[in-house]
Design a protein around this ligand. Structure first.
Ligand SMILES: [Fe+2]
Length: 182
């Protein structure tokens, strides 16, 4: 029986301020099939605020059509409501500014607070804050929106979000930022 050494990492093993040459057995495969990550700065030139109703806007950050994933910042500009919706996938959110809550739950999210939403949840997002809220969101899968009588209206997915972004860019002569697409 052989014994092997187990290393338990408790801190980053290198603090060297330099690019380290790391071995990679499949570098050629990664070079052929891997896709680069992306970067979108906070500048509106790279991604504008696109109106989402009279009191809200969405700043699109990422579209992944392979996995129906989309990421953005939702901005409710003052207290108000973003309509009742049902999730068919998962959502990760972090509150950046202001505050928001769901009418169905007893918590209020403020700056730095974390929210995780799962398939099957049905809820109504509101902000009671005078300055509204900015929520960073990483969303996977479709979201169904309903009117105030509970009637289904439309499913929002990665295709809806791409169209939302590109339609606004076309109308305002803003170049499409390819960094948003992975
Ligand atoms: Fe939600």
């Amino acid at each position: 029986m052989t014994t092997s050494t187990i290393t338990k990492m408790t801190a980053p093993p290198s603090t060297a301020y330099k690019i380290v040459d790391v071995p990679e057995a499949y570098a050629d495969v990664i070079k052929r099939y891997g896709i680069p990550g992306t970067f979108v700065s906070s500048s509106e030139r790279e991604s504008p605020w696109v109106p989402f109703g009279p009191n809200a806007a969405i700043r699109h950050l990422l579209f992944d059509t392979r996995h129906n994933i989309f990421s953005n910042i939702l901005w409710m500009k003052s207290g108000g409501v973003v309509g009742t919706h049902k999730h068919r996938g998962t959502v990760v959110m972090v509150c950046l500014e202001g505050s928001a809550r769901y009418l169905e739950y007893d918590w209020v999210a403020g700056p730095g607070d974390f929210i995780f939403e799962t398939p099957g949840l049905i809820h109504t997002l509101v902000s009671d804050h005078p300055n509204g809220v900015k929520l960073f969101a990483w969303l996977q899968g479709p979201i169904e929106f309903y009117d105030d009588k509970g009637n289904f209206v439309e499913t929002l997915d990665v295709w809806w979000f791409i169209n939302h972004y590109e339609s606004y860019c076309r109308e305002h002569n803003i170049p499409i930022n390819k960094q948003l697409y992975i």
